[in-house]
Design a protein around this ligand. Structure first.
Ligand code: ADP
Ligand code: MG
Length: 412
């Protein structure tokens, strides 16, 4: 994959696809807009994460044109999804001359791009205001490419989408990966292709169908795969246990059954087949609510009328000791309904085990990242992936259009 090391950016206009899809808080101050105050950026993690590439390019004498999406305006201009608050925050963080363009493309935008001095930044309006973005319209890709001499993609979170600003444009300009995207690809490739063993994958969260391919990949490359969260009920059901009212649909049970067949027999480990661990105790509740009756269940036979909402303390102990002795840990998906305090202990304990593990630790997934943040541990893992769906698709071994467009010789 081509990187910033392959580009000579001095004096050039560089269009950088960033992921500024940040959460906004409605209760900003200033001139009121229809329906409330001016939004403010409530979490600037993604803006801060893009600074490595932005500052390296500025230091190299580039003139920057930044392009990002924000939310889902569905191809129409939406005042509440303007990148204005993002441009303001970026100005504070960089101290650079940061200008917000009035639109994504057009004569006024072209004029602003041409006026840029070295080190200046022009932020285009939300690229999803243009219907051609998600349809990968070649005309939009050409109009974006006309704003710059070079293209850099630093938006790993949307690399699994072939959009005009992620894929189309990469074929029209000399292009390379930014530092953030480069690090994502290197880290994830490293754990899949040459991990420090034992490689331990922890897969939790809500839906087996979305993650079965991830589980299957890790059954091939990892030493141990541990299942938690609502994901575990199809597995427990496939093993013949009662699951009560727990989340568990028939299709997922079939997926779980086939994964169990691919796993190693725990008494006779086989190469290329990881051991698959499922919970041996649970926290169950009568409802998914903070005030619901709940208790630890010693075992995994969920009584009728109850649902499994977290892994139990014995499972936590087993999983934590495997994590502690791992050479590499990949974690995706919470162990329970961690947003509710009665069902947060399993996710907290696994997060703490991952945070204190000696091996390389990689965490992916929006809710897993939120869980780390909730427990104040987001700085305690080696790599917190910025991609949700993109991370899962990469791990599955699928070709990401935004990544493959940066591989090979490219446009000279
Ligand atoms: P990620 O975003 O990290 O990939 P997912 O989106 O797959 O994770 O799943 C996260 C959601 O799964 C959380 O909202 C959590 O409350 C829910 N969840 C986890 N375990 C359970 C469970 N046993 N029952 C119901 N919901 C659960
Ligand atoms: Mg999620």
């Amino acid at each position: 994959m081509r990187s910033l090391d392959d580009l000579d950016v001095s004096g050039k206009r560089v269009l950088v696809r960033v992921d500024f899809n940040v959460p906004l808080a409605a209760e900003g101050e200033g001139e009121p807009q229809a329906g409330g105050g001016v939004p403010l950026v409530s979490d600037d993690t993604r803006i801060a994460a893009a600074l490595a590439t932005i500052e390296e390019l500025r230091a190299g004498g580039a003139r920057l044109v930044l392009v990002s999406h924000l939310g889902r305006p569905n191809g129409k201009r939406a005042a509440e999804l303007s990148l204005a608050p993002v441009a303001d925050r970026l100005r504070e963080l960089t101290g650079a001359k940061v200008t917000l363009a009035p639109a994504v493309i057009g004569d006024e935008v072209t004029a602003l791009a041409e006026e840029l001095e070295e080190g200046d930044i022009l932020v285009l309006e939300n690229v999803r205001f243009e219907p051609g973005e998600t349809s990968n319209d070649p005309e939009l890709a050409r109009a974006l490419a006309a704003l710059a001499d070079l293209y850099v993609d630093d938006a790993f979170g949307v690399a699994h989408r072939a959009h005009a600003s992620t894929e189309g444009i990469a074929h029209l300009l000399p292009s390379a990966a930014g530092r953030l995207l480069e690090r994502e690809v290197q880290t994830l490739t490293g754990i899949l292709e040459h991990p420090q063993h034992p490689l331990v994958a922890i897969v939790g969260g809500a839906k087996v169908a979305d993650k079965i391919a991830v589980i299957e990949r890790f059954l091939e490359v990892a030493d141990v795969v541990m299942i938690g969260g609502a994901m575990c009920f199809p597995f427990l059901c496939a093993q013949g246990h009662a699951v009560g009212k727990s989340l568990c649909d028939d299709e997922d049970v079939e997926h779980a059954r086939s994964a169990l067949l691919r796993a190693s027999d725990s008494h006779a480990p086989q190469p290329g087949r990881a051991r698959l661990l499922v919970p041996n105790d649970l926290v169950i509740g009568e409802r998914l609510a903070t005030d619901a009756a709940h208790r630890v269940l010693d075992g995994v036979e969920v009584p009728a009328g109850w649902m499994g909402l977290d892994i139990g303390p014995k499972t936590v102990q087993r999983y934590a000791s495997v994590i502690a002795s791992a050479g590499t840990v990949f974690w995706n998906g919470p162990m329970g309904a961690f947003e509710l305090e009665p069902f947060a202990a399993g996710t907290r304990a696994v997060a703490e085990a991952v945070a204190s593990a000696k091996g390389l630790t990689v965490v992916g997934g929006g809710d897993s990242a939120a869980a780390l943040a909730q427990f104040g541990l987001e700085g305690s893992v080696d790599h917190l992936s910025t991609g949700g769906g993109a991370t899962l698709e990469f791990v599955e071994g699928r070709v990401l259009p935004g990544v493959s467009a940066l591989q090979g010789a490219g446009v000279a």
